[in-house]
Design a binder for this molecule. Structure first.
Ligand SMILES: [Zn+2]
Length: 494
């Protein structure tokens, strides 16, 4: 009897299938982009990967990416090398499509968060998705429609509710994106112009996403003193619009609010017990990162040594220094947080900063919860010292929180990064290792996998990842990216 012929056979590994089920020893074969066989089988292959002592898992899914521009213009090595095979972009209400009137490719200053913006060849959201496909990204990309752009198209940066005509235009934009295959709608309710939206505006747009089977994903209106109210708003939008809701990078920021994820999770659990469909995600760090301008005008006290400037356009000497150090450099009072923030912003209006604002206990509580999945929130700045989550998130969850802290099993860590998000975001036949499903696969050493990116030296690939396969093709092996660009746009339900 002669065996079949396969493209790749991965021999002797422990299969962790992405459902949370216990691992088991088996070989896995890939043919024509799909998983052709799992178990013990005869056959030969163009390529054999020895996975003895290794885990074979579904490629990781980053549910909270800001790589809208990076997928068009970079090799996406910072995600691929972590074992990520799919990015979900368009988060926090920010993105680069549909096109703004007057030819702008995104909201003012967005390039320092999203990286350099490529030439816009699109008008509609669907055309943007086509452009991503045509760029042959190294990983797969699913897209959320960013509320901030949709709002700016209809009423610019005005702080007022839309009129009937403007709201209809916004709903049309959402419907267009959904019909092109977006997976849902995102909001960023602390950012301009998202913050100008009242709840009923978002419900109307979320209904347009709901009609097409989408999800509502939110950077909620407040993640500190008004956390519970903001979680409540996100839940009510999901309920009123009739669609699943996802709370992005769930946290409780600023020292006086530490510990309040006990209450926010209790609120979510109560809603879920009553039949509401709500989930959340987290990144595995106690520091966040966003535009420094987010620290302006906040009521809380600013602790200058807890805010580090990550990337700027000109004043590179600010990068990697905290506000107290910058104050000393400039001969200012290192305790006067608001004054230093104003000064840095006057030099660098689009500065991105790292905010050491969370408590480790909150991070662990959120991450351990079965309703929580993993999203990096990585900011792909080409300059400076981006938050290490850009290069380290997925290996760090496995190394630090599963293997070292023992918060959950390796099988559960993998589920949070693959099977769970695939189902949540409607990525069909992905996220689990099953015969006939798409071959997005990562092979790693469960003892050696670890993040190496630090705040001081963030551009470090992780350790312990042997091989990453995207749509059946080897995209990274032995710590290096291959020339393969096998990613594609994943359109909802197809
Ligand atoms: Zn956000």
């Amino acid at each position: 009897m002669t065996g079949s012929s396969y493209d790749i056979i991965i021999r002797g590994g422990e299969i962790i299938d992405g459902t949370g089920a216990p691992r088991y020893r088996a070989d896995l074969a890939v043919r024509d982009g799909r998983i052709a066989a799992i178990g013990q089988f005869e056959g030969n292959a163009g390529r054999t990967i020895d996975a003895s002592g290794r885990v074979v898992a579904p490629g990781f899914i980053d549910v909270h990416a800001h790589d809208d521009a990076a997928v068009l213009s970079t090799p996406m090595d910072f995600k691929l090398m972590q074992g990520v095979t799919t990015d979900i972009v368009g988060n926090c209400g920010a993105g680069i499509a549909p096109a703004l009137t007057g030819g702008a490719r995104g909201l003012p200053g967005v390039e320092i968060v999203l990286g350099p913006l490529p030439e816009a060849t699109w008008e509609t959201f669907g055309e943007f998705m086509d452009a991503v496909d045509a760029a042959h990204p190294a990983i797969n990309v699913a897209c959320l429609i960013p509320h901030g752009i949709v709002r700016a198209r209809a009423l610019g940066m005005e702080s007022r509710p839309p009129d009937e005509h403007e709201l209809a235009q916004m709903c049309d934009d959402v419907a267009e994106g959904m019909s092109a295959g977006a997976v849902g709608l995102s909001t960023g309710l602390i950012y301009v112009p998202g913050t100008f939206a009242q709840t009923d505006e978002i419900v109307a747009l979320a209904r347009a996403a709901a009609e097409a089977g989408g999800i509502y994903v939110s950077h909620i209106r407040n993640e500190s003193e008004r956390l519970l109210e903001a979680v409540g708003e996100a839940i009510s939008i999901g309920k009123d619009a009739g669609l699943p809701a996802q709370i992005s990078h769930h946290k409780s920021s600023d020292r006086p609010n530490w510990g309040r994820t006990v209450e926010s999770i209790a609120l979510i659990e109560l809603e879920v017990a009553n039949g509401t469909d709500v989930t959340f995600d987290v990144y595995p760090y106690t520091a966040g990162s966003t535009i420094l301008a987010a620290a302006r005008g906040v009521q809380r006290e600013i602790e200058p040594e807890m805010i580090m400037v990550a990337s700027v356009k000109e004043k590179r000497e600010y990068e990697g220094r905290n506000l107290a150090q910058i104050a000393e450099m400039l001969g200012m009072d290192p305790n006067d947080g608001p004054a230093i923030v104003s000064r840095v912003l006057s030099d660098e209006p689009a500065a991105v900063a790292v905010f050491f604002s969370m408590d480790e206990a909150d991070v662990r509580r959120v991450m351990s919860h079965p309703l929580c999945m993993i999203g990096s929130d990585g900011i792909p700045s080409p300059t400076g010292k981006p938050h290490p989550r850009l290069h380290g998130t997925f290996p760090r969850v496995i190394a630090r929180y599963s293997r070292e802290a023992g918060l959950f099993s390796l099988e559960e860590a993998v589920r949070k990064m693959s099977g769970f998000p695939a189902r949540r975001f409607n990525l069909r036949e992905r996220g689990e290792l099953r015969e006939g499903w798409v071959a997005d696969i990562v092979v790693f050493d469960p003892e050696a996998i670890a993040d190496r990116a630090t705040y001081e030296d963030p551009r470090q690939y992780p350790a312990g990842i042997d091989c990453v396969i995207v749509n059946g093709e080897v995209a990274a092996q032995a710590g290096a990216q291959t020339s393969t660009r096998a990613g594609r746009v994943l359109r909802r339900g197809s």
